[in-house]
Design a protein around this ligand. Structure first.
Ligand SMILES: [Zn+2]
Ligand SMILES: [Zn+2]
Length: 338
């Protein structure tokens, strides 16, 4: 069975791996589409602290059920289209005990701490599967990245009376924009790429600001009557945007960090106290976030097709990683079609 391997930073190849087999409680999946995530790019760049090499990447999956192991409920049948939750949880750590398994201390994400889905078949416990017959295989592969943004909006306790600023309009940012708009909030989207801002507007943002061409602070003052946004969601992961979030958020506002800043961040911590900010992290997603995203997508007005920058074959992945590495800002989502 063929698979993509990241052998070491900046070195991806297509090779052979042992055939997947499904034991009791597991389902064998024929992989159909895999989305390439920013974290896969980080693994390729050697900038993902959680990954070890060699590693088969990929955790944004759509698949059809090929075979069902013993003890799997009859609602899972061969031929069904599914996506999956790529996380694992130990059930023992503080997060798991608090009912927040998305932030499990011992989480192993598919394609990060264990081999992922850029291969022909994978076996997964049936409890990780999500069935949504009303979405196409291509759409199902886009659910997981959107859930990450969706979860961040819930972490930020966004309500209809909030103005929400989302920094970064990649797939995760778009999920946050869609979810906040779905809550009735007024959303301002910020990016440096006009095409991504266009998508953000179609995903539900009221205003798009290109921070490369417009003075962000000035625009925000005007858009929020001088107060700043009630909630800022950081979906880029740079020291500059981490700092910017606490600088631009309103007094007594909320800041949600999704991105992993690749380098150390220096703060004027006075702002935390003076503004009495709620600053929270947001990691992965919960099963209810998957349900929320599927409900949001089922309305049919989310620009799913336009989110996909290009579709490549398994053999095209090494080149696609290299191209993405060379021009990261211009690409929203690359799908691998098997
Ligand atoms: Zn991802
Ligand atoms: Zn745990």
């Amino acid at each position: 069975m063929r698979a993509v391997y990241i052998q070491k930073p900046l070195d991806a190849v297509v090779g052979e791996t042992a055939a997947a087999v499904c034991g009791p409680g597991s389902v064998l999946l024929r992989v159909r589409y895999v989305g390439m995530c920013g974290s896969d790019l980080s693994s390729y760049r050697g900038k993902n602290p959680l990954v070890s090499y060699p590693r088969i990447p990929g955790h944004e999956v759509s698949a059809t059920i090929e075979a069902v192991g013993a003890d799997v409920p009859s609602r899972f049948q061969p031929g069904m289209s599914v996506t999956l939750s790529p996380y694992s949880n130990c059930g023992e750590c503080a997060s798991c005990k608090r009912g927040r398994p998305n932030a499990c201390k011992n989480n192993q994400t598919l394609g990060v701490q264990r081999d992922g889905a850029m291969t022909e078949f994978i076996a997964v416990p049936y409890g990780r599967l999500i069935v949504a017959e009303n979405l196409s295989l291509r759409e199902l592969a886009l659910v997981e990245p959107l859930t990450v943004g969706y979860h961040a909006v819930r972490r930020g306790r966004v309500t209809a009376s909030d103005t929400v600023l989302v920094l970064g309009c990649g797939a995760v940012g778009l999920g946050a924009i869609g979810a906040a708009a779905h809550q009735g909030a007024s959303v301002i989207a910020v990016d440096v790429d006009d095409r991504k801002l266009d998508l953000a507007l179609r995903a539900g943002a009221k205003t798009g600001v290109n921070s490369k061409h417009q003075l962000l602070n000035e625009r925000l003052q005007k858009l929020t009557s001088g107060h700043g946004p009630d909630v800022v969601i950081e979906a880029i992961g740079t020291p500059e945007t981490f700092r910017l979030a606490v600088e631009i958020v309103a007094f007594t506002g909320r800041v949600v960090y999704i991105g992993y800043a690749k380098d150390e961040v220096r703060y004027d911590s006075r702002l935390f106290v003076q503004k009495e900010l709620d600053i929270v992290g947001s990691r992965n997603a919960l099963p209810e976030d998957f349900e929320g995203v599927i409900a949001m997508l089922s309305k049919g007005d989310f620009p799913l097709d336009e989110m996909v920058s290009k579709i490549v074959s398994l053999d095209g992945v090494p080149q696609a990683l290299q191209d993405w590495y060379a021009a990261p800002a211009s690409i929203s989502k690359i799908l691998v079609e098997l």
